[in-house]
Design a protein around this ligand. Structure first.
Ligand code: PRX
Length: 638
């Protein structure tokens, strides 16, 4: 097995890049030839950014699971597709060859079908990181249903919002989930969510923790019972639904500047080609290597680089149920040693948190299998980069710093492991097909090197989002209206003298907390739901481990003697409404917020306070009441 489109050296990268810009349709058409199609496309690309309309491999017919499963099950039936490492290291690991994974996906496809799931239906998946999650996702794709995976750290309210937005008619969940030494009662969270979701007719419940759960007759069925009955009926192969290239594959909700998360939509063919191409090239995957992406499948990184990218390339993907610090901070290194991991792809926040434990957890662990390291989710600081390089890669493994987003489907700017040069804290060069441009506030393109601006992309790539579910206009407004004929990323970026790109962070009201994307407006809405709160403003501040922390300024409706208690209640409210991941790190009770005469909160000032940059507050003369700033500074939480 080889990948004819795998870039082998720097010159080949430049050649591929050039070709992808000059002849994009020819370039991507040739790559798409290496996949399994029911019918080839009529036209490689049709697009305009003004609607926006983006169609790749138009007229093509396929099923992504045939590309991820059947073709490898035929040619390499015994190759491992998924290796699974449980939360508790004492529990047995599980392995699924391509043949076994295909069989399980087929069986569960029958289960979905029996439970009334049809092509185009939306299925919400709220599950722990167990192989059945992968099976559920792939079975949806096989029957042509659109999966919407919700991360296990979201609250009942957040799940309900997502289920209702997509009108899901079925939920797949488990009794509970293990996470370090904790268990999370997933089914009872779903039960609470479903109180406000009329569209859901069925839930399928996997047994994981064995805890007691309520099972509503007529609505709730057990995963194991359903699988057993399709087996007993002698059902096995499931013929994949023939999908149009541009049929929806999945929805994944992500935060933006408004209070309501958006359902980012990816479609079948373009997403497949993009995740495969980027996986094979960025990580320089070689057959039989073990690829370990530590993300959760609840996020885009898990979708693209645990499931679709690796599986469409016939790779072996390691899936880990637990957390990096349990039972101790050596867990990742133990896993690397045990499974002889070759490619490790993780987030700066994990690296920084493990750095905090020093090198002791690494001592005695054999990390010699590691050949490539990857970073994703937020800018990696120099200290973490060098620690990763020295202590994990032993200065032998190239680090790929991969910049991309939920909306981009796959990696956009990154060095290619061992093929193009790495540069600490730089994502470096765009992948073939990606045309980054930097623009100033007025939308003027900034040419040349050694410049900074807002990062936009000026030409479609196969993996880009197509719409936001149920609201195409929102997609246009969010991504395609700020700058004409450009996709706006929301990130700030600099281009150095070598033409390498360095992402400097979001320029909108989106926070990146431990690699989790959270909108400040969402957190504010949740805080404001507390009965005692009049108004709030949320900003980010630099946090040693999380990258960004959440700082909330809150006005209460009356004076409270026990502010500490009040703050706990506010935390609890946020946790209940969004999930524990959105809890503020600091809450400062204030008597007023810095507002302009038109009533707009001047966040610039609040950011400075949160960051502790108090010497120069900038121009405050346009404020309605400039004295408010003084009192906020006085009450700052260090
Ligand atoms: O700000 C960028 C940051 O994460 C944002 C995208 O978040 P999300 O959609 O949740 O996807 C995360 C995983 C792809 C981006 O707008 N980001 C992601 N990767 C990097 C990064 N910032 C700097 N360097 C990166 N490598």
């Amino acid at each position: 097995m080889s990948y004819p489109y795998q870039i082998q050296n720097r010159e080949a990268y430049e050649e591929a890049y050039q070709k992808s810009i000059e002849h994009p349709e020819k370039f991507w058409g040739e790559i798409a030839e290496h996949f399994k199609w029911e019918k080839k496309w009529d036209k490689v690309l049709d697009w305009n950014f003004s609607e926006p309309k983006v169609e790749w491999f138009k007229g093509g017919k396929l099923n992504i699971t045939e590309n991820c499963l059947d073709r490898w099950a035929e040619t390499y039936p015994d190759r491992n597709a998924i290796l699974w490492e449980p939360n508790d290291p004492a529990e047995k690991i599980r392995r699924f060859t391509y043949k076994e994974l295909l069989d399980e996906v087929c069986l569960f496809s029958h289960v979905l079908n029996r439970n009334g799931v049809k092509k185009g239906d939306r299925v919400c998946i709220y599950m722990p990181m167990v192989p059945e999650l992968a099976i559920a996702v792939l079975a949806c794709a096989r029957v042509g249903a659109i999966h919407s995976v919700v991360f296990g750290g979201f609250s009942a309210q957040s799940i309900a919002d997502r289920i209702n937005d997509a009108s899901c008619n079925i939920v797949i969940t488990s009794d509970g989930a293990y996470r370090g030494n904790k268990t999370i009662p997933l089914k009872s969270i779903i039960d609470e969510a479903l109180l406000s979701c009329d569209s859901v007719q069925k839930t399928i419940v996997l047994t994981r923790t064995g805890e007691a759960v309520s099972m509503l007759s007529g609505r709730d069925v057990w995963w194991d019972d359903e699988m057993k009955s399709v087996r007993d009926e002698g059902l096995s192969h499931y013929k994949p639904e023939v999908m149009d290239a541009e049929d929806m594959l999945f929805i994944l909700y992500t935060s933006g500047s408004t209070g309501k998360p958006k359902g980012v939509v990816h479609t079948c063919a373009g997403y497949m080609v993009w995740t495969n191409y980027t996986f094979v090239n960025v990580f320089q995957y070689k057959p039989d290597q073990i690829h370990f992406c530590t993300a959760d499948i609840g996020w885009i990184t898990g979708h693209s680089y645990i499931l679709y990218g690796p599986l469409s390339a016939g790779a072996t993907s390691l899936m880990f149920e637990g957390i990096p610090t349990w039972p101790d901070a050596g867990r990742f290194w133990e896993i690397v040693e045990k499974h002889k991991v070759n490619i490790l792809y993780t987030a700066p926040t994990a690296i920084r948190s493990l750095m905090g434990f020093g090198t002791e957890p690494i001592i005695g662990k054999d990390l010699s299998s590691i050949q490539v390291l990857g970073s994703v989710g937020e800018p990696i600081n120099a200290e973490a980069w060098h620690w990763y390089d020295e202590h994990i890669g032993k200065k032998q493994a190239p680090i790929v710093d991969t910049w991309w987003q939920t909306e981009t489907g796959g990696i956009m700017i990154s060095n290619l492991a061992g093929v193009t040069d790495a540069k600490p804290v730089f994502a470096t060069k765009p992948l073939p097909g990606i045309q980054p441009v930097l623009v100033d506030e007025n939308g003027k393109v900034i040419e040349g090197n050694n410049v900074s601006g807002n990062l936009c992309i000026k030409f479609p790539w196969p993996g880009m989002l197509r719409t936001t579910f149920g609201d195409h206009e929102r997609c246009r407004l969010t991504y395609f209206s700020t700058y004409q004929n450009l996709y706006f990323t929301g990130d700030g970026c600099m281009r150095d003298n070598d033409g390498d790109y360095r992402i400097t962070g979001r320029v909108d009201d989106v926070l990146n907390v431990s690699g989790h994307r959270i909108g400040t407006a969402e957190v504010e809405n949740a805080i404001n739901m507390h009965t005692g709160v009049v108004e709030s403003a949320v900003v980010g501040y630099p946090h040693d481990i999380k990258g960004q922390g959440i700082y909330a300024f809150v006005i209460l409706s009356s004076v409270h003697n026990d502010e500490a208690h009040m703050k706990k209640d506010i935390m609890q409210t946020v946790s209940k409404l969004i999930g524990p991941i959105a809890k503020p790190d600091k809450i400062q009770i204030v008597s007023g917020l810095p507002k302009t005469r038109s009533g707009k909160i001047m966040r610039r000032i609040l950011r400075k306070v949160a960051e502790g940059e108090l010497s120069n507050m900038g121009d405050t003369t346009t404020l309605l009441d400039p004295t408010v700033v003084e009192s906020i500074i006085m009450g700052r939480i260090p």
